[in-house]
Each structure stands twice: as C-alpha cells, then as structure tokens.
Design a protein around this ligand. Structure first.
Ligand SMILES: Nc1nc2c(ncn2[C@@H]2O[C@H](COP(=O)(O)OP(=O)(O)OP(=O)(O)O)[C@@H](O)[C@H]2O)c(=O)[nH]1
Ligand SMILES: [Mg+2]
Length: 206
C-alpha cells in the first residue's frame, strides 16, 4: 500500500465523537510510551502527524487519522503506566474498553510491545481480550533499533518459544529506521480490504 494522504481527523473523548462514516478502522494499542504515535508517523511518513512525547500517557483520547481516504488508523490511549495493582480494565480506561468491545468499524488491532522488555502482565491480559474479541490482531515489537540484530533475534525466539504467546506472529518495527514498515502496511491493507481480496485492496490504494 502506498500512502498518498494522511490527516488528523478528530481526538474523540467518547464514541459519539468518532467519525460516522463507514471506513474500516485499525487500532494501535499498547502501554504508554511503547511507541504507538511514533509508529503511526513512520507508517504514513509524516514526522509530526501523531503527537509523540517522552512523557508517558500523553495520548488520552482516540485519535483518528484518515489514510488514503479509505481507512482510519486509531491511536489509542496508552495503558499501564502507573505501576501497582491496576487491572487492565482500569488501566486502559473506559474509553478504550468500550471502543475495543463494541466499535463496529474496528477491523483489526495492532498490539505494540517493547522489543527490549517483552510483554507485561497487562499486555498478556490485552492479548487474552483480543483473542476473545475474535478480530485479527498482530503483535509488533517496537524500538527494534535499540537492540543489536543478535539480541533482537534472541528476544523474538524468547517470544516464540514459550508461554502463552508462542502461537502468535511477531513483527519487529522501528520508527527510527523504518524496519517493519512494509510488512505492517501489507497486513493493514489485507485486514481492511472490503472483501478480503488483496487485488482489490491494491487497486484502491493507487
Ligand atoms: N529509538 C526509538 N525510539 C522510539 C521508537 N518509537 C518511539 N520512540 C520514542 O519513545 C517515546 C514514546 O513514543 P510515543 O510514540 O510518544 O509513545 P506512545 O505509545 O504513543 O505513548 P503514549 O501516547 O503516552 O501512550 C518517544 O520519546 C519516542 O521518540 C523507536 O522505534 N525507536
Ligand atoms: Mg501516543
């Protein structure tokens, strides 16, 4: 998919502020500071479209970006910055909860996990929830540039070899270098294609 246009549409603080057209939506979830907004900027090759910050928890609304006039990328509020006994529900907030649970236009979710640290307890809960939700989802390992290639491979092996996430696919990504961008765009194109036919999606993207 080639990006020909990307624009910020709305920061929704409730579902009634979400766009009312029927364009498919792909949401980006993950703990605060994991790199959601940076990833969106890299995807659309616009440095400052999505607001990024080194202060965790900056994105507090559902930020909608319309891409190629055929889909929305939705930057979700980060969860789990506050340490301690927060359950996922409280940590991610009502807004995200409702959105993931009930948004009709939501086609797929990208869950971001820091390549260096691996999944937190809240990430694991999020995966359980995404499995239950039944929509396609993908795990993206962010900030891949912060690890050497051998260390990154080791991390991926760790993810793949044990525990409850071993059946899932992992895509390393770096907002700094663009690693993973093409693969992620391809996945997004597939999950947002009207009829699941890749041909049609490609045609529309031009
Ligand atoms: N080296 C490196 N730094 C990154 C990468 N992605 C994000 N960062 C940095 O990580 C910090 C957080 O990035 P954001 O994109 O704002 O993270 P976020 O997940 O949107 O955070 P919240 O909105 O608070 O939930 C910023 O300082 C980014 O520059 C990456 O791929 N590589
Ligand atoms: Mg953000």
């Amino acid at each position: 998919m080639r990006i020909v246009s990307a624009e910020f549409v709305v920061g929704a603080v409730g579902e009634k502020h979400s766009p009312e057209d029927e364009l498919p939506e792909v949401a980006f979830a993950g703990r605060s500071n994991v790199g959601k907004s940076s990833l969106i900027n890299r995807l659309v090759q616009r440095r400052k479209l999505a607001f990024t910050s080194s202060t965790p928890g900056r994105t507090q609304q559902l930020n909608y970006y319309r891409v190629n006039d055929r889909m929305y990328l939705v930057d979700l509020p980060g969860y789990g910055y506050v340490r301690g006994g927060l359950d996922l529900r409280r940590a991610m907030g009502k807004l995200t909860e409702k959105y993931l649970g009930g948004r009709r236009q939501l086609r797929a979710v990208v869950l971001l996990i820091d390549a260096r640290h691996g999944p937190t307890a809240l990430d694991l809960e999020m995966v359980t929830r995404l499995r239950e939700g039944g929509r396609p989802f993908l795990l993206v390992l962010t900030k891949a540039d912060k690890l050497s290639r051998p260390k990154l491979n080791l991390q991926i092996e760790k993810f793949e070899s044990g525990g409850e996430l071993s059946d899932l696919a992992y895509l390393p990504f770096s907002a700094e270098t663009g690693v993973g961008r093409d693969d992620l765009l391809r996945w997004i194109e597939e999950v947002t294609a009207d009829d699941g036919s890749p041909k049609r999606g490609k045609k529309q993207a031009r």
